[in-house]
Design a protein around this ligand. Structure first.
Ligand code: SF4
Length: 114
């Protein structure tokens, strides 16, 4: 077999490999997209009495915050670490409190301007 013949055989194999890999990636991503909103809705609401919440001065209502780094208008809902309120109940995910939902009107000292 010459080099030219070999490359002619490689083209169809490349396309079929790409189709296979693309299909495998789509098969892996689509179920994750379907699961993610359900998990966000099932998060337990963070308590202000939670040890980590206390250490970060978390409050459900930003208006109750008495912290030197707090600035008017800052809330979980406009924090860069907040994940959308998937359940529509005013509570969303947070990259800091990963297994709990935080209140959109809340605030903690890890606030990052969104
Ligand atoms: S990191 Fe942001 S979203 Fe999470 S609790 Fe603190 S202010 Fe709210």
């Amino acid at each position: 077999m010459t080099d030219k013949q070999s490359s002619e055989f490689d083209v169809p194999m490349d396309r079929s490999r790409r189709r296979f890999v693309g299909g495998a990636v789509a098969s892996a991503v689509i179920p994750l997209m379907a699961i993610a909103p359900a998990q966000a809705q099932e998060l337990e609401q963070l308590s202000e009495d939670d040890a980590m919440a206390k250490s970060l001065d978390y409050k459900h209502e930003a208006s109750d915050v008495e912290h030197s780094s707090y600035k008017d208008g800052q809330t979980c809902a406009n924090c860069a670490l907040y994940r959308a309120d998937a359940a529509g109940d005013g509570w969303g995910g947070c990259s800091i409190f990963r297994d709990k939902a935080v209140k959109g009107t809340g605030w903690c000292s890890s606030y990052v301007k969104g």
